[in-house]
Design a protein around this ligand. Structure first.
Ligand code: ATP
Length: 921
């Protein structure tokens, strides 16, 4: 509307287009002295948070009052709080482009305008403001260092109004955009020379976009209006926030939703299934929705026109089609609209539908839903789960249960084109677990739990939606989204290009990342093509690292990159790793073990990376093993209908999984009273159940899995399960012979090195007081028999130590900068379901699986003869699935889920020389 602005002391002359007269419009910003605003900032900064908020509120109230007074003078007066708000939260000011001025440039300008001698103390302080020499309390804070340098060197200032400062800053940004460094210099000189040291301090903070007020943007928004933060989330527009919410008494009952302008989608909070009850306290029932594995999209429609926006607000209408005649989706989708639909905004997930297999393809197939072409067997299919706007009415403030009713009168579902997300009602934790189990069986990513009372809060992650994902792999963890902060040049094929990255987690304040702390170095998982695409995007932003210094806002420790990048220009990598381990090489204090890049998340903003507190939470909850946040099982004590169902379908996978039936046995002695045992293998012709019966008859208890009250695990062979317990050193694993000898001699015999398979560190200490390293007792006289055994053990004690798979994996990382192509299955323990029948088909399947077993072992995997705690995969041939259901049932009751895959998984992994996403098999 306005074309030119001319400033005259306190009045703005606005030349209004289409008008042939010039009108003077009063502007509140011209009445506010910049020094007064700085005074307020100073007071806020010095006060504790609560008082600071009060100061700010008071200031805003006075501001509004002044606005009202101006309105009485001039109805047209501009009284928005925007000119001040954009200075208080400069990071959020989208109207003004970047200034391109950092501390170093400012330091140089000061040195020049103050005529500071080069190498002098003040010049050095400014240039090396991070050094403690700059002042104990000021080091690292350029504005504060400048303040002390400027003290007694400036006039009293008070010349500029808020309007002047804004227009000068506009000019600075424009000159930066026009590549006019001289002009920038002039603007800055003009501003800085006319201000007091205190004004300059705050101006510097505004220019550096880091106010250090001690009150974050949410606090500032709240002081202005209770809905300001919400409205900003929807609109990303400070000016709009100030205009629409100028009146503090008028609540924004409906978040301002505008058709054809993208809304930041509502997000889901992570939920640990074991603690799901905590998320279900608000309402009598909850919805469980399918968690689609596609890309978040919202579709806007009005009078025949469609628009498609991605999660980040990018417009993909060109691909999907703006009307019924164009694009890959709209021609089909528009046919499904029900009569009477005039306008809507819907939220959902864009999926890839494969017409050949009549099913969705998953993300793991690496098909970009935004690159689909018409006429292909692959087409986009939109799964809609929410609605924000319908026929002119904004629905965001309605509860979800009401919103979804609108969906029924909106679209007629059509397979492969548009579907409504499947939704079920649940009331208890067990029902949620049941749904999650179903999701696993259907190879889905997880489920989404939603509060029916939740209103649609754009960009909010804590508003009643929860994502619950299972842990599919034994040992491999869920993904962590970390941001690239540094790079390393590669060698070999990757010579001269950045091939490895240093990633970081954010330290957030009021939901905004303030600092980035180094977390992990990663250099594998991506293809050359993907790496090149990423490098191309980052190329203009890499900067050389200065020795001994971390860039502003980034902290690393021992592990230092060769080049670094500002987080706002960087990208998020989705990392898969095995666990978190302590490490002093990274600022976070721990790092990820065996990291590999799962995906480059171009769809995520740089601010969406994992925070240090989220990592610490994971670390504490799971004591390093990230997967345990997804570990779950139905409480075995709970007498839910599910439990009965499970027992009806008892899997027949091996008698070792069945407990002894002691209903007819009697307790004959108290020898083992108060002791709990876990028997892991048969011994000398005695079955597990037989040994368990002996325990029962002697007053002991037996369990199928050891727990904190287990006295010892009994075993006679080192099968995989025993091996895994031995390695964990959590339990005393004792040879079954010890129990039988104790029972036979009617007394509990002490454990000797001869019958110990593995013990906890405490037991080991006790034993070492009585026996030497070869197991020879310090006090007992040796017999011929135990001497023979000792001598046989001597050999194995002095033999070469075997290295564990974890050590091998460590070596892979060292040798190949990532997983070794020869160790594709390292850390995998697979059970191959080989059919025992003897018909021709079974024979073929057997041979095929046996060959695959060899491949699997050759590439670093461990074959397990049964499904036990250590198993990570079960390979079931696609031509022989008779036991598939049993294995699935068994998997349901496991804490740590296994991948159930078919033979193609092994083949594809070997062909591609990498581990493929199991969900596709
Ligand atoms: P986030 O979106 O939470 O930042 P992310 O992109 O890494 O994380 P996930 O953690 O796997 O994705 O899951 C959240 C995503 O799941 C949502 O952003 C959304 O795109 C998707 N999603 C799939 N189905 C649903 C559903 N029924 N309701 C809400 N979101 C869903």
């Amino acid at each position: 509307m306005y074309s030119t602005f001319i400033f005259l002391s306190g009045k703005r002359i606005v030349v209004v287009k289409y008008c042939d007269f010039i009108k003077m419009v009063l502007n509140i910003a011209s009445k506010i002295k910049f020094c007064d605003l700085c005074e307020v900032c100073e007071n806020i900064q010095k006060s504790p948070k609560e008082k600071a908020c009060l100061i700010l509120r008071k200031y805003i109230t006075e501001y509004r009052k002044l606005g009202e007074r101006l309105k009485t003078e001039d109805q047209q007066a501009e009284i928005s709080f925007y000119p001040v708000l954009r200075l208080l939260i400069p990071k959020f000011d989208r109207e003004r482009s970047a200034y391109g001025v950092k501390e170093h440039a400012l330091a140089k300008i000061y040195i020049r305008i103050l005529c500071l001698p080069k190498g002098g103390m003040d010049a050095e302080k400014l240039l090396n403001f991070r050094s403690p020499k700059a002042g104990v309390n000021q080091a690292g804070d350029f504005a504060e260092v400048a303040y002390f340098v400027l003290k007694n060197r400036c006039g009293e200032g008070k010349k500029f109004t808020v309007e002047d400062v804004n227009s000068r800053l506009d000019a600075l940004a424009q000159k930066h955009a026009a590549h006019d460094p001289r002009g920038m210099d002039d603007e800055l000189t003009l501003l800085l020379t006319g201000m007091s040291e205190m004004e300059q301090k705050w101006l510097i903070r505004m220019i550096l976009k880091d106010m250090k007020l001690g009150v974050g943007h949410i606090g500032i928004f709240n002081a202005f209006h209770p809905d300001a933060s919400t409205l900003y989330d929807v609109s990303n527009d400070l000016s709009k926030v100030c205009t629409l919410l100028h009146n503090p008494d008028r609540r924004l009952h409906e978040v301002e939703i505008t058709i054809f302008s993208p809304v930041r989608p509502m997000l889901s909070e992570q939920c640990d299934i074991q603690k799901v009850e905590n998320c279900m306290k608000n309402s009598a029932f909850y919805y469980i929705e399918t968690k689609h594995d596609g890309e978040r999209f919202q579709i806007h429609f009005m009078t025949g026109t469609f628009k498609y926006f991605s999660r980040n607000g990018f417009d993909y209408t060109d691909i999907y089609g703006s009307n019924a005649m164009t694009g890959v989706l709209t021609p089909l989708l528009s046919k499904q609209l029900q009569p009477g639909v005039q306008s809507f905004i819907i939220d959902g997930e864009m999926m890839v539908w494969d017409k050949n297999i009549v099913a969705f393809r998953s993300k793991g197939d690496n098909i970009d839903v935004k690159s689909l072409k018409g006429g292909s067997y692959l087409q986009p299919c939109y799964c809609v789960f929410d609605i924000l706007f319908y026929n002119g009415e904004v629905l965001t403030n309605k509860p979800l249960c009401d919103r979804i009713k609108y969906l029924n009168s909106l679209i007629t579902p059509c397979e492969g084109v548009v579907l409504q997300t499947e939704r079920n009602i649940v009331k208890t934790k067990d029902e949620v677990i049941e749904r999650l189990n179903e999701a696993i069986d259907n190879k889905l990513e997880g489920i989404i739990l939603k509060d029916p009372e939740s209103v649609y809060k754009p960009n909010s992650r804590k508003a009643g939606w929860f994502k619950i994902k299972p842990e599919y792999t034994g040992g491999l963890m869920d993904q962590v989204d970390a941001i690239i902060i540094g790079g390393y040049y590669g060698d070999g094929r990757r010579r001269g290009i950045i091939s490895h990255f240093l990633l970081a987690a954010a330290v957030s304040k009021d939901g905004e990342p303030e600092e980035f702390h180094s977390l992990v170095r990663v250099g594998s998982g991506y293809t050359m093509a993907k790496l090149e695409e990423l490098i191309q995007k980052m190329k203009p932003h890499w900067r050389k690292c200065s020795p001994g210094e971390c860039p502003p806002g980034i902290i690393w420790t021992k592990e230092k990159p060769e080049v670094w990048i500002e987080p706002k220009n960087s990208y998020i990598l989705q990392i898969k790793a095995t666990e978190i381990v302590e490490s002093s090489s990274f600022k976070v204090g721990y790092t990820l073990r065996f990291p590999r890049v799962e995906e480059i998340r171009y769809d995520k903003k740089w601010t969406d990376c994992i925070t240090v507190s989220e990592l610490t939470d994971l670390w504490q909850r799971a004591s390093g093993k990230l997967y345990s946040r997804h570990a779950y099982s139905i409480d075995p004590e709970a007498s839910s209908p599910k439990k009965k169902r499970t027992s009806n379908h008892q899997p027949q996978l091996g008698k070792q999984f069945c407990s002894a039936d002691v209903s007819t046995a009697t307790i004959k002695s108290t020898l083992l009273e108060g002791k709990e045992f876990c028997v892991m293998s048969d011994y000398n012709g005695m079955t597990v159940q037989h040994i368990e019966t002996q325990i029962y008859e002697n007053g002991g208890k037996f369990v199928k899995n050891p727990g904190p009250s287990t006295f010892c695990v009994l075993a006679a062979e080192k099968n995989i399960r025993v091996q895994s317990h031995s390695n964990s050193k959590q339990y005393n694993v004792i040879h079954t012979e010890w129990l039988l000898n104790s029972v036979a001699s009617h007394k509990l015999l002490p454990w000797t090195p001869q019958n110990i398979i593995s013990v906890t560190p405490e037991t080991e200490r006790e034993i070492m007081l009585q026996y030497d390293v070869f197991g020879d007792s310090y006090t007992e006289i040796s017999t011929e028999e135990n001497l023979k055994e000792l001598l046989s053990k001597l050999e194995s004690k002095v033999s070469v130590q075997k290295i564990s798979v974890h050590e091998m994996a460590d070596m892979d990382i060292e040798l190949f900068s990532g997983p070794s192509p020869m160790g594709i299955f390292r850390l995998c323990i697979a059970y191959f379901d080989i059919p025992s029948e003897d018909d021709f088909e079974a024979f073929c399947v057997r041979k095929s699986l046996e060959l695959q077993k060899l491949d699997f072992e050759y590439y670093g995997g461990i074959v397990s003869t049964m499904i036990d705690d250590g198993t990570t995969h079960a390979v079931v041939h696609s031509r022989c699935q008779t036991r598939l259901e049993e294995i699935k049932l068994l998997n349901r009751d496991r804490r740590k889920k296994i991948h159930i895959v078919n033979e193609k998984w092994i083949k594809d992994c070997v062909d591609q020389r990498r581990q493929m996403d199991e969900r596709n098999y």
